[in-house]
Design a protein around this ligand. Structure first.
Ligand SMILES: CC(C)(COP(=O)(O)OP(=O)(O)OC[C@H]1O[C@@H](n2cnc3c(N)ncnc32)[C@H](O)[C@@H]1OP(=O)(O)O)[C@@H](O)C(=O)NCCC(=O)NCCS
Length: 161
């Protein structure tokens, strides 16, 4: 819960939240409730991490409701390979400690080119597309669905990360 104020700076940022499945937070209490849900979630159903860079909260990676996972960084940290590093570490962690998780999936708006590039280069495979899947503060969004199985995660296991 100590990370709520720093995460609020990210979840209230319009650029960071453009393709998120819900609108930017406008009150700290929203972020506090968001983190409280993660803290309360059982380890069986979720696996979430705060990303810190040099002691500063930079974002989060993980799955609040497995097998769907997601990630977000404050724009101050974009373009430095940090999402690549964080998601790779997450895949390594899942592969090595959670044999019950056989697949991870994510749903990305096709306009979110950074996120699409990120998962494609990490070996996620496209499993489908759909239009007008969710309506947020920017209007209707479309989805490309991506997934990675344990064979895909295995690339990140052990000393390769
Ligand atoms: C998606 C996000 C996490 C990427 O973070 P990042 O740390 O900047 O990503 P990386 O630096 O690891 O780059 C990953 C790849 O995307 C590419 N990339 C990054 N920003 C890009 C952009 N704006 N346009 C096109 N490609 C981009 C990088 O070049 C890299 O590919 P490469 O290795 O072939 O060069 C970040 O933009 C973000 O937090 N966005 C808002 C939240 C969000 O949309 N989350 C996903 C919801 S589905």
């Amino acid at each position: 819960m100590d990370d709520a104020a720093e995460m609020y700076k990210i979840l209230s940022n319009d650029d960071a939240m453009r393709y998120w499945s819900s609108p930017p937070h406008r009150e700290l209490a929203q972020t506090q409730a968001w983190i409280a849900d993660m803290v309360a979630a059982t380890a069986k159903g979720s696996e979430d991490f705060i990303i810190e860079v040099d002691g500063r909260v930079a974002g989060k990676v993980g799955a609040y409701r497995l097998p769907e996972f997601g990630y977000i960084l404050h724009p101050d940290f974009w373009g430095r390979g940090l999402a690549t590093e964080a998601v790779s570490a997450f895949l390594c962690h899942v592969y090595e400690t959670r044999p019950d998780i056989v697949v991870l999936s994510t749903d990305i708006d096709p306009r979110n080119t950074a996120s699409v590039r990120l998962v494609e280069k990490l070996g996620f495979r496209e499993t489908g597309r759909a239009e007008r899947t969710f309506e947020t503060h920017i209007g209707w969004c479309n989805s490309i669905y991506f997934a990675i199985d344990r064979a895909g995660m295995a690339r990140f296991g052990g000393s390769s990360v």
